[in-house]
Design a binder for this molecule. Structure first.
Ligand code: GAR
Length: 209
């Protein structure tokens, strides 16, 4: 039987983007398997979505007193166990150190609700909307990029799309447009990555340092 590229999705919250990927795999639009959904938060709805889809949902919380470096090493160990071809950060809201990233060179993909170089960090949708209300922008966007290092929402861009902010938009309307764009762009990008011949996929894990 043909073996499909394996995805590990990492998500801290609602997981609507994780759901878009799960659905695309389930209906055959994305020829890949979601091997696991991993969350740093026990109450992340993304874990419930995994459960409902019959996919392992793993909560990996930071232990009291545990350093970021130790947490990331433990996270890498568990994610490696799912043997991913691609690690997909879909609303993962914790900064990752090289203790994690070093194990997945060229394999970590991040989704961010802003265009390259704009609005890194949390609440990018709210901040873009506030800037529009102040007359400082009329559009924002979405990007999917590789995560080679500890730069925040920064790295080689795989796909980006501009999203308009209309004069009569509510935050809710703009947010819905942004999320619809994210769901589409993330799936399209993964379709492209997963269509690469198996021989060109990274099959082994190894620290770069
Ligand atoms: C998405 O908008 C994603 O781009 C963003 O978190 C949201 C998660 O939504 N990620 C970042 O802001 C990363 N800096 P979801 O849980 O419904 O998929």
């Amino acid at each position: 039987m043909e073996s499909l590229p394996r995805l590990v999705i990492m998500a801290s919250g609602n997981g609507s983007n994780a759901q878009a990927v799960i659905d695309a795999c389930a209906d055959g639009r994305l020829r890949a398997t979601v091997a696991a959904v991993v969350s740093d938060r026990a109450d992340a709805y993304a874990l419930r979505r995994a459960d409902l889809a019959g996919i392992p949902g793993v909560h990996i919380g930071r232990r009291p007193g545990e350093s970021r470096a130790d947490y990331d090493a433990r996270l890498a160990d568990i994610v490696t166990g799912f043997d991913p071809h691609w690690v997909v950060l879909a609303g993962w809201m914790r900064l990752l150190t090289m203790n994690f990233l070093g194990w997945f060179p060229g394999m970590v993909v991040n989704l961010h609700p802003a265009r390259p170089g704009e609005l890194p960090g949390t609440h990018a949708i709210d901040r873009a909307f506030a800037e529009a209300r102040d007359g400082r922008r009329t559009e924002s966007g979405v990007m999917v990029h590789l995560v080679p290092d500890e730069g925040v929402d920064d790295g080689p861009v795989l796909a980006t799309e501009t999203v308009p902010i209309h004069a009569d938009d509510t935050l809710e309307a703009f947010e819905a447009r942004m999320h619809a764009t994210e769901h589409r762009l993330l799936v399209a990008t993964l379709q492209r990555l997963c269509a690469a011949p198996a021989s060109t996929l990274p099959l082994t894990h190894g620290a770069t340092a």
